[in-house]
Design a protein around this ligand. Structure first.
Ligand code: PMP
Length: 409
């Protein structure tokens, strides 16, 4: 994989012990680690180019502006957007969804309209729509999650009933952060378009793991975070189709987003500046640029194959453990596996695994309604990225066997 390259040497944080054990980091769905090239890109900006962007005419400000705008153009290429003007930098997925909810939805939703979501949405792609619906007098509908543990997926037959002309917006995840389900995003966008609904794709879990092309997906908006794709925290992206962005009001106002200000009123710049009031996160946009170069250097189809293979290996190995309930599909799944142990609470599992150097995540994973539907208070999640290995899955399984024995004794 990755043409024989030792990817682990690119990530300085991996080379440490937790207590007496080498770190086995399996919490990548929460946040991924950063390769040295990303850390260097951010440091270099502060060491050499640090300056504010856009209104400066001196050398450092011009270099900072060039770096920031080059990062925007790189994002456009990374997701095959038609133009850099369709790329808005935000703090992350959560802020990107809130931008659409507070701008597009506030301007376009009316009483009686419907927002369609799925039952597997992360709170970040659910709560902003609850608030937007309440403000507009709109209602929410959910595409159900159906099937038993081995076949969890979206009830696509229910879409015919749910996707009526009252639906003005359909927001759904590309990859479920708990179930590992990969949704048929292009088909969902096509079916939404057929009833005139605008689509919002939450790509938080897919952007760093799968090749992604917004034009072939056919989505109107797409949101993601830099920190889950080998990039820095505090930087993310909202992609929006130009025609929609041009018609949307700003959601935050202030410097940088205006064309003319009078004492009484102001006029706005076009996208993307209209949606980026105030000093942006220049350093981390530049770090994100380095992360995209890094991921493309490894090859995004190769990353996808690597992560899927680890998840399959982990799923099969974990299925052997006594008293385990695995969540999500047994077949095609993204690079993560969630499970619950009969005898141990998820938080205890994570705490015990940490004693073996294994970093997992336990809880509701910001999927409270889904967990309630599955009849579980919480689950444990192991999630994989480019630097994880099959040997680390062996360590995970050994650790879980120890935990099961402890709680059964
Ligand atoms: N959606 C999904 C599917 C996620 O997994 C996450 C992060 N756990 C988010 C949205 C929110 O991302 P962020 O916290 O970076 O805004």
């Amino acid at each position: 994989m990755f043409a024989g390259r030792d990817v682990r040497t690119d990530f300085p944080v991996l080379h440490q012990k937790v207590g007496a054990h080498p770190l086995v980091y399996l919490d990548n769905a929460a946040t991924s680690h950063k390769p040295q090239v990303v850390i260097d890109a951010v440091s270099r900006f502060y060491e050499r180019d640090n300056s504010n962007v856009h209104r400066g005419l001196h050398a450092l400000s011009m270099r900072a502006t060039d770096g920031y705008e080059a990062a925007r153009a790189r994002v456009a290429r990374f997701i095959n957007a038609a133009s850099p003007a369709e790329i808005i930098f935000t703090r992350g997925t959560t802020e990107s969804v809130n931008l659409v909810a507070q701008s597009w939805a506030a301007a376009n939703l009316r009483r009686g309209d419907v927002i369609l979501l799925t039952e597997m949405e992360h709170h970040s792609n659910m709560v902003p729509w609850q608030v937007a619906a309440e403000r507009a007098g709109a209602t929410l509908r959910y595409v159900p999650v159906v099937g038993d543990n081995a076949e969890h997926g979206l009830d696509l037959d229910a879409l015919d009933r749910l996707l009526t002309p009252e639906v003005k917006l359909f927001a759904f995840t590309h990859i479920s952060n708990t179930l590992g389900v990969i949704t048929p995003a292009a088909e969902l966008c096509r079916r939404a378009r057929a009833v005139g609904a605008v689509t919002v794709v939450d790509a938080a879990q897919s952007i760093g793991h799968e090749p992604l092309d917004v034009q072939s997906l056919g989505c109107d908006f797409l949101a993601f975070s830099g920190h889950k794709m080998a990039g820095p925290t505090g930087i993310g992206v909202l992609y929006g189709r130009r025609a929609l962005l041009d018609a949307m009001p700003p959601w935050q106002t202030g410097g940088g987003m205006i064309s003319v200000v009078e004492f009484g009123s102001s006029r706005w710049k076009p996208s993307p500046e209209r949606f980026e009031a105030g000093t942006p996160n220049v350093a981390d946009a530049i770090g994100l640029h380095a992360a995209m170069d890094y991921l493309d250097g490894l090859g995004r189809p190769e990353i996808s194959l690597h992560d899927h293979a680890l998840a399959e290996t982990a799923y099969a190995a974990l299925a052997e453990l006594p008293g385990i309930r695995l969540l999500g599909p047994a077949g095609r799944r993204a690079g993560l596996v969630s499970f619950a142990l009969q005898d141990a609470h998820a938080h205890d599992v994570v705490t015990f695994a940490d004693q073996d150097g294994v970093a997992l995540r336990g809880g509701h994973h910001c999927n409270q309604p889904l967990m309630r539907k599955l009849g579980l208070p919480s689950s444990v999640r192991a999630s994989f990225y480019v630097y994880n290995t099959p040997q680390e899955i062996d360590v995970l399984v050994r650790s879980l066997r120890r935990i099961i024995q402890f709680f059964r004794a």
